[in-house]
Design a protein around this ligand. Structure first.
Ligand SMILES: NC(=O)c1ccc[n+]([C@@H]2O[C@H](COP(=O)([O-])OP(=O)(O)OC[C@H]3O[C@@H](n4cnc5c(N)ncnc54)[C@H](OP(=O)(O)O)[C@@H]3O)[C@@H](O)[C@H]2O)c1
Length: 258
């Protein structure tokens, strides 16, 4: 592998100012790529290079990202749909309103659908490109307490990714998805601190309880954002030239079945 294997590649990573997305942006830059990323707003404390500010959960936001990316890069070689998450309340599935369900789909499925619609025509015309959808192990292992709408939206994203791969493979474009399990982003680490202080325990105990709630993580720890970024970089590279239409789970063994 060359240190500069992405030199000359134009990469777009959605949701790249924090967490897994930020690690993916850093990994592609280290490989020599030109990278644009998106977020609703620039962080207060750090300068983010190549940032397109827009709310990707809206049609207008997606349209403005497509226009900005095409103006600044002319086209895209690698498109990583990383934006996603859940802000639904706890209390089980009956506590979720129509708006909670709509928000889950608007943030976890529709940004990919809309950006693909705007950015794939260029890839199709060139007959090359890679599209990576960041799903979640919850698409196969849904948690019902507060994130069932998120889990269902990620299941839809994985299904969409597979369908897209069938259409685009014959046109020279690879489509894959990545399903992380519990990944210790800064936000996840802050949540563990909060849980520890609420329960009056230390962070190691709170972290273990969180892992136990998932049914355990056989390797004994969450993944790091950099580990997920490394998998994404591999899948985007020519080293993965015949990997297409499949999903790669990175969860330390959390999903208990084959
Ligand atoms: N962390 C995990 O344990 C885990 C596990 C499985 C799957 N995943 C998936 O991995 C992906 C990244 O997760 P993460 O935990 O790293 O996320 P995160 O730390 O919450 O970061 C989310 C990023 O997306 C941006 N963003 C959020 N809402 C947006 C919107 N409406 N429009 C545009 N940008 C938006 C954020 O910036 P702004 O807030 O400024 O917009 C930020 O840059 C998600 O798809 C998530 O579902 C994460």
């Amino acid at each position: 592998m060359s240190d500069q294997e992405f030199t000359g590649k134009r990469v777009v990573v959605t949701g790249g100012t924090r967490g897994i997305g930020e690690a993916i942006v850093r990994r592609f830059r280290r490989g020599g790529a030109t990278v644009l990323t998106t977020a609703r707003r620039a962080p207060d404390t750090v300068h983010v290079e190549g940032l397109v500010e827009a709310d990707l959960s809206t049609e207008d936001g997606a349209r403005s990202v497509v226009a900005d990316v095409l103006e600044r890069l002319g086209g895209v070689d690698v498109l990583v749909h990383n934006v996603g998450g859940s802000s639904a309340p706890g209390g089980g599935v009956l506590a979720l309103s129509d708006d909670d369900w709509k928000n889950a789909l608007d943030l976890n499925l529709m940004p990919a659908v809309r950006l693909d619609r705007g950015l794939l025509p260029g890839m199709i015309a060139r007959g090359s490109g890679v599209v990576i959808h960041v799903s979640s192990t919850q698409r196969a292992l849904p948690l019902h307490e507060s994130t069932l709408a998120y889990a269902a939206a990620k299941a839809a994203l994985t299904n969409y990714s597979k369908g897209l791969s069938k259409e685009l493979g014959p046109r020279g474009i690879r489509v894959v998805s990545v399903a992380p399990g519990y990944t210790e982003t800064e936000a996840a680490a802050a949540m563990v601190e909060r849980l520890a202080s609420q329960a009056g325990t230390d962070t190691a105990t709170a972290r273990q309880r969180l892992m136990d709630a998932l049914g355990g993580i056989p390797i004994g720890r969450p993944a790091s954002p950099d580990e997920v970024a490394e998998l994404v970089a591999f899948l985007a590279s020519d080293r993965a030239a015949s990997i297409h239409g499949s999903e790669y789970v990175i969860d330390g063994g959390t999903i208990p079945t084959v």
